[in-house]
Design a protein around this ligand. Structure first.
Ligand code: 5GP
Length: 116
């Protein structure tokens, strides 16, 4: 049994969040602790704890995360200047919430990618 996180409650609108996009497969909302002027989390409506749990049957939903990211970046007005998409996996990746999510960050120059 996979344990739900706070993100499941956000999808079902049981707790407040600034939802910027939602469809049958994904939900996107503003990060509660933004690290950039635009910091949005794009998550599947289906609970998948980590990228290690992604299956072939999830490919449509994973693709939707990218088309949602593209649309949101345009809506935020950051598509031309650019932005960064990040997914963290497990402890060494810095994952805190075990419901996969794509961070969309933009609205300022982000500098070089931290790889260390
Ligand atoms: P992770 O470190 O797992 O990749 O990122 C989790 C993100 O979720 C963090 O950036 C954190 O600020 C955000 N977050 C955690 N709890 C909540 C919440 O209740 N609401 C919103 N909007 N964001 C949250």
């Amino acid at each position: 049994m996979v344990e739900e996180t706070i993100f499941s409650k956000i999808i079902r609108k049981e707790i407040p969040a600034d939802i910027v996009y939602q469809d049958d497969l994904v939900t996107a909302f503003r990060d509660i602790s933004p690290r950039a002027p635009s910091h949005i989390l794009i998550i599947p409506n289906k609970l998948i704890p980590t990228v290690n749990d992604v299956e072939q049957e999830d490919e449509l939903m994973l693709g939707r995360m990218f088309t949602a990211a593209r649309k949101i970046a345009k809506d935020e007005g950051i598509d031309e200047d650019g932005y960064r998409l990040i997914m963290n996996c497990n402890a060494h990746g810095g994952q805190e919430v075990y419901h996969i999510h794509m961070h969309l960050l933009g609205g300022r120059p982000l500098g070089p990618l931290l790889l260390g």
